[in-house]
Write a protein of this length. Sequence first.
Lengths: 817, 139
Amino acid sequence: MDYVGEHLMPGKLGQFFVVLSFAGSLVATLAYFKTANGASPEEAASWKKMARFAFFLNGLSVFIVFATIFYIVHQHYFEYNFAWEHSSRNLSPKYMLSCIWEAQEGSFLLWMMWNGVLGTILMFRARQWEAPVLTLISFAQFCLATMILGVYVFSFQIGHSPFILVRQLFQDAPIFQRADYLSIPQMQDGQSLNALLQNYWMVIHPPILFLGFSSTIVPFSFAVSGLWKKQYGSWTKTALPWTLFSCCVLGTGIMMGAAWAYESLTFGGYWAWDPVENASLVPWLVLVAGLHTQVVYNATGHSLRTTFLFLILGFSLILYSTFLTRSGWLGDTSVHAFTGSGMDLQLILLILVFFIPAIILYFVRFRNIPHVAKEENTWSREFWMFIGALVIFLSAVFIMVATSLPVINRAFGTNWSTGDDQKFVYNRIEIFIAIILGLLTATVQYLKYKNSPVSQVLKKLWPVTLIALIVSICISVFGHIQYTEYGTGYQGAIHLALFAGIYSVIANAAYLFGTMKGKMKIAGASVAHIGFGILLVGILISSSKKEVLSHNTTGINLPFDPKTKENPLENLTLIKNVKTDMGKYYATYLTNDSTNPAGNIIYFKVNFQDKKTGESFDLWPNLIKNTKGMENFSNNPDKQHYLDRDIFTYISYANILDKQRDTSGFKTFPVALHDTVYYSKGILILDTVLVNPSTGKYHFTATDTALLAQIRVITRDSQQYRMSPLLFVKDNMIHRVADTLFEQNLAVELGTVMNNKKIQLLTKESADMVPFVSLKVYMFPQINLVWIGVLVMMTGFVMSILYRRKILVKKSPERLS
Amino acid sequence: MKRTHIILLVFIALSIGLLVSFMGNLSTYETIASARQKEGKNVTIIARLDNSRPMEYHPITDPNYLSFYILDTLGGHAKVVYHYGKPYDMEKAERVVLKGKMNGDVFEITQKDGILIKCPSKYKDDPENAKKNLSKTDY
């Protein structure tokens, strides 16, 4: 059939470059392998020429594929599944980028682009390491290219092509029997980008994270090349800036994800120990451990074997995390609800094809890896750095095992799951890791490599320790850190960790300005450790003093289970325009507004007034209509920033979400004058009944038949209201005008007049009558310390990268242009 | 014995200690019937919503009380009580993962993270959904 209006050219072009990148990476891998194993320099040189060309061609193809996808999305060519599934007409250009990385194929492409960039830099920088290192990177490019190839070998599909058409993917759908299917409404617009991902962090976080992912192959490749070429120790100095770079960028990427989670998700924080978060944290921890042992080796010759192991594991764990997050195996443990893509086998092979040969090579060569027979001195820096690296590694292993429970269950047929308190499973272990690491980062710099005079170390350390102790005791005593939810033991651990964090900040600052006399050039490690300390303090204070402000204090007696460990009354319902007591604040839901340009966001204006200071501010938490389902909403928090805290709120429910009609009917009460009727929040008293009233808005005359009841409402919190329902007869028909009291969700109607001087009063209580929002409000104290800590830590990494590169250039200028 | 070996042993001991303590605190996946057998014990249940019975949530009177009924593949059914706000798209969930404990006939969830909603189109794209969309005949 000839379909009308399709644009097939970009897809064909794109698919050609997908295949070209695949072929290019294959040639580059083989040619670089030949270069590395070249018998003579001439032979190697000729292979190298070809390898470089092929690698460059591969990189160029990847960029063209990316540009083609962007073009298709930008032009709204919805015949392509990529555009149809991930984008829509009203998506702004920056989110067109986000929608590319949202897709499985798009994120693989991003990874390949960074590999291309890093590989090209290494081509000019790595000198004698170029051939072996780029063999491995080219091979990675080859493996990743298979993920987007989309060809069938027999019945096995290799990868998913980003250029597949909707009609190819859903061949059976009836609409494709029409040649003009593109004119059908559901093909006129795409499914768009998930509302939660339409956030500026989602433009920047994935590229940085994938640069981090991609960069981990560099230290891995150097390590494997060292084993392969049997030059065990000579790569570590050249590779050190790359290990640092990896730690820096991967760490930044992870924390950008945390910032996104904090701003746009409703986990109630920046870190939830979700498997997806853990999957990227584990390789980072292992790389940081590897970084420390690598530094130790460069300085003393110790720890080379562990360095090999950690750097090999770092990249392998990145591949494992790719498998975890894309395979759908975590479906029951992660809120990120990954659906499987049917590429499980390919993803598992991706891990094994790197990990198995590398680890075998490691064990085969293990005996030959040089090591120092004499043990480290107890009073040496390298000994304690090694211990620190082991502790970090142990923490990584623990997180990985806990995160991998679904994988373990599948492999061994068990059915374990973490309990209902997932965060504490991790926190109760990690708090001790944090204490040890805080103490080590504070003290170890004062030790010298090889051996240090004990008295000198102690002389420098004791004043610093004393200051840290005083500061942390002050914070512990006056800071109101009362986190007793998990008992005194855990609370003690929090205070200990707080000391460790403060100790780390103060000791490193003192080292930087005292021992190193403020020489910033060489201070990367100190700065990074100061950042770590600040981060630790920030995490401890913001988590342990995190406060739910939206405690239900309305006086409405809520039935709740006294057996629950914490008081779960954490949502507060605000009725429109009713000022409500919310502990330290008064909260008022003022208006809602859905006049944003795309028309898909409903903003709720909520005013908060501090009871003590009288200060008032408005927040706009909102609901975003999820374009994919059209009826679903995602909620998006809003917050008020202060230097020392954030007030953070999100909508947990709103009457707009209430689609079901209320079916509860009126209750009937026969009442005489001055009788009392109960409703859930107070009482009603029938004061008088006026016959043919002509007051206010009603003007009846003696010829009419009309009754107006005057009712007094007294609520439980002693508020008084008046209600006046009406009953009248016109044209032989009984008409009833109910009166509604929105503040109490109460409607009252008059029923029939009874003969014993009583009248029927009908009351109805319903959620449907009034506009309201239920919201949750948190306070995060000192949340800024978390972000500042991260920034300082990353600054430290950058300083170290610059310094280590400078040393390299100085030592061998001919090696590095 | 060299000190390296002692350190190694200490770390191995630590790891084992960690593992034992971790395993000791694990709960298990259960069916509704087997969860009943383990009343009062923390368990995880994977089930689907019983849409034939009412879901109770009255945010105006109590935004922190949600109750609903679940069914599992083995025909078990139970009432669930959750002491937090109603998760978004609850009705659309095709599957729910619940962490809590049986208390009489009622499955009680006392942690906010105790409900995990599996919606067909929550975060990633669902081919079934797309297929349905394309099979609509109202054009």
